[in-house]
Design a protein. Sequence first.
Length: 317
Amino acid sequence: MTITYGVICFVSLLLIGVCREVDKKRNIWLLMLFVSVFMCNMGYFLVAAASSLTFALIANGISYLGSVFLPFFMLVMILNLCKIEYPKWLTKALMALGAVMFILTASPGISQLYYKSVSLDTTGSASRLVREYGPLHCVFSIYLALYFAAMIGVVFYAMAKKKITNPMQAIFMVFSVFGNIVIWLVERFIPRNFEFLSVSYIFTEVLILLMYGIMQELDSHAQTERAQAAYIPPAAETDLFSPEQIEQMVNRCSETAQLTKREQEVMRLILGNRKRKDIADELCVTESTVKKYTSQIYRKLSVSSRIELFAKLKNQI
């Protein structure tokens, strides 16, 4: 069983890399969700491999570090996917609540609030903690239940307000939330020797990644269509933006998107409506190098084409 936990932990690590490849917009909440799942599964693996109670309690704390913040990151992702705005103070308040909850769940060995007593059983195929729950153990269950209720509420609210127009998106969200609820209830009330949530988390990651990737593509197509509709071709190749406007836009984008010096040079020439070959000749680089810098600029500015870039910046003048 220790090997099983190890494989699940390794898959969680691989999925972080997959997340980075799929997520072109570098959504920090999505990344932290995947990191949290890895922390959970690494904790499960280390507990299974533990040979001392002290090490097992540290590993259990690592697992809870992921478990405490995972529902928070999942809720924020669902809010973002449903395009529901929320106040900035909400994330700070929920992170503070999560920190308090982690202190409680990591207290075994220091206090008897969460576990009255705990010992390590190493007789089976994997080590496991034998616990007697303390008076505040139910607090974590309430914490998770409230998060699950909030996620379900957000999904149904988004459906009612027609913020979710794709039925498949709604199905993915409901399935990912309810799937975790069922597994959590099974683990809460049915005796078992395996942490089924470790597998459930993996399936949830895959579902959210699929949904996020699909929505990312749909948003990209929608933005391109809007940009093409709004774009008015210049009368001449050089009169779309004046030199002063180009300099202002490059400086502004450099501050907001942290463009490198070379990316700034390429962007100036793009805004001058220069072709890739002309840009390569002027900068004394290859066309493939220009293509690489152009892709980096588009990614940092959340656009997918030159037309979309022009339309976006034209609206900011």
